[in-house]
Every structure is written in C-alpha cells, then in structure tokens.
Design a protein. Structure first.
Length: 382
C-alpha cells in the first residue's frame, strides 16, 4: 500500500520503486521520500516558491516526491537513474498527474528553458554532484537560485565547498530531522574551469582508453573484481548472444567481444551515464557499435525469456542509498529467466557475499571456476 506524503503543497500517495516485496526487502526503509524532501518543500512553501510560471529544475529526485509535489509549476526533473525515473512515473500516474506535463530528463539531457530555481537532492557520489553543478551553469537564468537538500550524513564540508567553487557563495540551514538545506547564489562572473567529467583511464594490457561519465562505477580505474573476471572469462567461442548485466563502462562485454568478435552483446545498466560510457567505449574500440545494443533498464526487466546464451555480471551491492544483496538476487533471477537452456551465468563476487548458495538454489548447479583471497568466479548453467 502506498503511504501518504503530506506537505504544505498537498497530500500524495507515494511508493518506492521497485515496490518492496519478499524477505530481501524487509531491511529496507519503505517510504518513497526522506526528511530532506520534507524540509525542502516546507522551506519552499514558506518562501512562496516556486513563483508562478518560474521554470524549475529538480535534480536527483529519488522516487518523484518533489516532482509530484511541485507539478503545478513548469518543471523539469532530471536523474541518472532509470529506477528513479520509473518510480517518478509510477507516482505521477498514481496521483493522476499526466507525465506529459513534466519533462523527465536523464542526466545527460538539458532542459529547454532557462532555469530560475534549481533544486538538487545531494547524491552519494561527489563526482556526480560536481558534474551536475557544472551542467547547471549554462542553464541558469540571471538571479536564479540553487537549493540543495540532503540528509546530514551526505552533506560534508567538501559538499559545501563544491557548491561554492563551481557555482557561488553557499551556506547551509540548521539541521531538521537529520536533514539540511544548502543555499547557493550563483556568481557567473567568478566561474572558472570546466567539469573534469567524463574522465578516462588506460585499460591495462590493451591500447584502449576507457571513457567514464561521472556516475560510473570504478571510473578512475579497472575494479579489482572486474579484473579478476577478465582474467577468468569463460570460453564464449561457441556463443552468439551475450549480455553484460550492470555494465558500467562496458568493460566486460567489450573485452569479451575483443576476444570473440562474432559475439552479439547487449549492455544493460540502470545508470544513463553508464550506458553512454559503454556505448562510447565500444564505438572507440571497434569503430562502430555494430553487433552491440545498449539499454538502461532495471536488471533485465522486459527482456524476453530464453533469449541469451551467456551473461557476464559483477553485481552491485547498493542502489542509490540502499545497501544489500537484493539487486544481485534480482539480477540472478532475471538471468535465469532470460538465459536459454544450457546458457551460462558468470558472476564475480566477494567471497563473503554468499552468491554461491543463491545460484545453486536458482539454477540447481554452481561451480567455482576461479578464486583468490578476495573473490570467486561463479558459473551457473540453466
Ligand atoms: C559493480 S558495478 C559493475 C560495473 C561493470 N560491469 C564493471 O565490471 O566494471 C555494478 C553495476 O550495476 C549497475 N546497477 C545497479 N543497479 C542496477 C539495476 N537495478 N539494474 C541494472 N543495473 C544496475 C550499477 O549502475 C553498476 O554500473
């Protein structure tokens, strides 16, 4: 059942996305908003903001709590996460707000009007925040206000310094229910420099340089788990359709395709910046994206059953602010559905995460094909 989010702007039934189900989600908070959303909306209402017809941009709304509450104003809502976008759409629909009235943008798209008020939920990643603040610069109309909101655990001195360095003078509110607001007055006359993102690193043992947008996992260098998987790739010589699930910058699918050029590889990630990076890296490595497809998706939602021969996967252990193995579980369940009979799921994981027993339960088999002190490579066949 949705809970009711009550603010000075109205009361709205809201749900998280994905909807919490089953035991894996019992630990997770169930509300689709946090105290920072409440604080921000309370402050906006006291200030008489957004002013009528003022173009407002919301950045990083988790499940649409801000977007739904402020839908009476001309609104753009931007997020890197397809899960956040799916949550926002579902909550707009549940509140009978036509999604066409709101411009839902991904993290690489810009609003088509000058912005008078930008509301930024503070993301976990300082790199993503930095990139987002740089992206705001050319969008702001003269005199525009930028207001940040986050739980105190996500707001540090470095967060405030970043606002001040990239946009202009910044101060914070008092804390309320462990949430804080950030007030920033953009000072374009003092703006120097550009976003350092996307950033690039040289991929070891190759001539390749990989592009990484700000939100991409392990964007400064190859992750040690991914390296171990690359050193122990299964033989995909007789394979046709593979999936790089949770692809990040696409390094797993890219290296598989380098070794077996006949492979058709579909890259999936829930981050728009990850998918953009993977696409860029494939094009740079092979001169075209032929034989590859790229999709933002929640795991393998909507992918036809029995359609892939092999899946490579380095699962995440958090999604937005929520830590746990529930996403790995979903990825394994989806993989089992999407693989053809005889198809192979190959997973790298920290030894202590216990993926082996999960895969054994789902697939009825699971082999450790390689291990070191930290990681195991697991192979399960449908
Ligand atoms: C541990 S990283 C691995 C990235 C890349 N495969 C590598 O080895 O460097 C896990 C990836 O899963 C993605 N992810 C998280 N939740 C997801 C979901 N629900 N659906 C699809 N991808 C997701 C993250 O954005 C991240 O890129």
């Amino acid at each position: 059942m949705p809970e009711i989010f009550t603010t000075a702007f109205g009361s709205y039934p809201l749900q998280r996305y994905p909807r919490p189900t089953g035991s894996a989600d019992k630990q997770q908070p169930l509300r689709a908003w946090d105290a920072a959303d409440e604080y921000l909306l309370q402050w906006l209402h006291q200030q008489g903001l957004p002013r009528t017809a003022a173009a407002t941009l919301i950045v990083n709304d988790s499940f649409g709590a801000l977007t739904v509450s402020l839908s009476h104003t001309p609104l753009w809502s931007q997020s890197d996460s397809v899960l956040a976008q799916l949550g926002c759409r579902a909550n707009l629909a549940a509140n009978a707000i036509p999604a066409d009235d709101i411009q839902l943008l991904d993290s690489l798209q810009a609003p088509t009007a000058a912005i008078e008020l930008a509301l930024v939920k503070i993301p976990k990643s300082l790199a993503l925040l930095e990139d987002q603040l740089y992206r705001l610069r050319p969008l702001l109309s003269p005199g525009a206000k930028v207001v940040g909101a986050g739980m105190t655990k996500t707001i540090h001195n470095s967060t405030l310094q970043l606002f001040a360095r990239v946009l202009g003078p910044t101060h914070t509110s008092l804390a309320q229910k462990k949430a804080r607001l950030i007030f920033c007055q953009p000072a374009p006359q003092d703006w120097r420099g550009d976003s350092p993102y996307p950033s690039y690193y040289a991929l070891e043992n190759t001539e390749l340089t990989l592009c990484n947008h700000a939100a991409v996992f392990s964007r400064a260098g190859l992750d040690i788990g991914s390296r171990f998987l690359l050193q122990n790739l299964p033989d995909l010589g007789a394979t046709r359709e593979i999936i790089d699930l949770g692809c990040g910058n696409g390094v797993l699918g890219l290296m598989a395709k380098r070794q077996w050029p006949g492979l058709h590889c579909h890259f999936y990630d829930e981050s728009h910046m990850a998918i953009a990076s993977a696409r860029h890296n494939i094009e740079a490595a092979f001169g075209s994206t032929a034989g590859c497809e790229f999709s933002v998706n929640d795991c393998l939602r909507g992918v036809p059953a029995n359609s892939a021969d092999a899946i490579l996967n380095n699962p995440p252990f958090h999604q937005q602010q929520v830590v746990g193995d529930h996403i790995a579980w979903q990825m394994f369940r989806d993989s089992h559905r999407v693989l053809r009979r005889g198809g192979l799921l190959c997973v790298v994981g920290n030894r202590h995460l216990g993926y082996h027993s999960k895969l054994q339960r789902l697939f009825g088999n699971c082999e450790v094909s390689a291990s070191n002190r930290k990681f195991v490579i697991l192979q399960a066949r449908k």
